[in-house]
Design a protein around this ligand. Structure first.
Ligand code: OGA
Ligand code: ZN
Ligand code: ZN
Length: 394
């Protein structure tokens, strides 16, 4: 948008009614009474003018090293719709009030976009109508917000074709191809290359823990199912990690610090990775689980004196996943599609028996995409809403 450093739309809900120039920051006073502080260096860094930001790409041409480490404005003025900051070399930075309000960093940011769940708080994954999601951006948005919040969702009435799972994934973003292809089959076959394509039970797992970068999202679409058994189970891995942290802090500490070995044993590929089963970020928050019983490789990368502790911690985590308090169980019927965060949600299925006849057997179609695609799509849908609101107000 004009006057900002990007292409988004920023309705001005509050005016800037005052600006006070301090030693290290400018305090902006808003019409609703909020005061927000912006450091001088932050303001200089974020100047959206044509000398600092390429107006075609909206990417910086400004480099931090071009200015002194402690820039000091010569003045700061509130004009209602903008904050105008002038620098000693004559450079003028005009900050759009809507943009500045949206980028305030003085108060702690809102609560996490995630809601952790267990069987007592989520009886079934939030469900949405597949054809509506395919056709309508409003329905798409509601589904994606639930996917971001709970990490697990269901769509009903998705057309039972081989390509539909790709059509649904493309509503989010770019599909991630793997050694299983772009879209793949899950069914029991005579010469399987993975335990997934047997009728064996699959214990709680994420897909492709063998990869440095595990897919962020997985979609599984049931196109046929007259099998007995084969129930689906979803478990919030972050909720289990939180329970482990509370009940067995020593096992939690082991699982976040000791790497497990993962490998796909295949005649044609040899993917391997070593990483902790629970990954925390720089704030200590759990951001990833990595688990898949049949993809465990011999544990060779754990320090020798941690091997037994690693096994004990692994057992403690998986014992929790088998507690009914965490698992949501349901049967996938033709037309159902489950979409989930593959680095948060553990999924499992029961053993099954196909009925006689090719066309009635349990058959899922699957694909992967990424959390990044989800978050970008949500932001673009929100941007489109702001654009049409701005248009309506003209
Ligand atoms: C898989 C898988 C689930 C199912 O293929 O990785 O988890 O219900 N399948 O068959
Ligand atoms: Zn500038
Ligand atoms: Zn799986």
């Amino acid at each position: 948008m004009d006057g900002t450093g990007d292409f988004d739309h920023y309705p001005i809900s509050e005016q800037i009614v005052g600006a006070q120039l301090g030693d290290r920051w400018v305090s902006a006073a808003w019409s609703d009474g909020l005061i927000s502080r912006f450091h001088h260096v932050w303001l200089r860094d974020n100047c959206p003018c044509a000398a600092c930001v390429h107006q075609g790409t909206r990417e910086q041409t400004f480099e931090l090293l071009d200015i002194p480490p402690d820039p000091m404005p010569s003045s700061a003025q509130a004009t209602g719709n903008a904050l105008v900051v002038t620098w000693p070399d004559g450079h003028v930075s005009v900050f759009h009030a809507g943009w500045l309000r949206a980028h305030g960093y003085d108060t702690p940011s809102a609560a996490s976009a995630r809601t952790l769940w267990d069987a007592s708080t989520l009886a079934a994954p939030p469900a949405f109508d597949g054809p509506a999601v395919l056709a309508d951006d409003g329905a798409l948005y509601e589904w994606l917000i639930a996917l971001r919040t709970y990490g697990a969702t269901l769509l009903h009435h998705v057309p039972c074709t081989d390509s539909a799972v790709g059509d649904v994934a493309s509503r989010i973003g770019i599909v991630r191809e793997t050694n299983f292809g772009v879209l793949w089959d899950v069914w029991s076959e005579p010469d399987p290359v993975t335990n997934a394509n047997t009728s064996l039970p699959l214990p709680p797992h994420v897909d492709l823990p063998t990869r440095e970068y595990q897919p962020g999202l997985q979609l599984l679409h049931c196109v046929e199912n007259e099998a007995s058994g084969g129930l689906s189970i979803l478990i919030d891995g972050f909720r289990v990690a939180a329970a482990l942290r509370e009940r067995h802090p020593e096992h939690f500490a082991t699982l976040t610090t000791v790497g497990w070995n993962w490998a796909n044993r295949s005649k044609t590929t040899d993917y391997r990775w070593t990483a902790p089963l629970i990954v925390t970020d720089h704030t200590g928050e759990v951001v990833e689980v990595r688990a898949g019983n049949w993809l465990r490789a011999p544990l060779v990368d754990a320090p020798f004196d941690q091997v037994e502790a690693a096994y004990a911690a692994y057992r403690a985590f998986f014992a929790l996943t088998y507690e009914p308090e965490f698992a949501v169980t349901f049967r996938l019927e033709p037309g159902d599609l489950m979409a989930f965060d593959n680095r948060r949600i553990l999924h499992a299925r029961g053993a099954f028996t196909d009925p006689p006849g090719e066309h009635r057997r349990r058959h899922l179609r699957g694909c992967y995409t990424e959390r990044d695609e989800l978050h970008s799509r949500i932001r673009m849908l929100e941007r489109a809403r702001r654009a049409s609101a701005a248009h309506a107000n003209l």
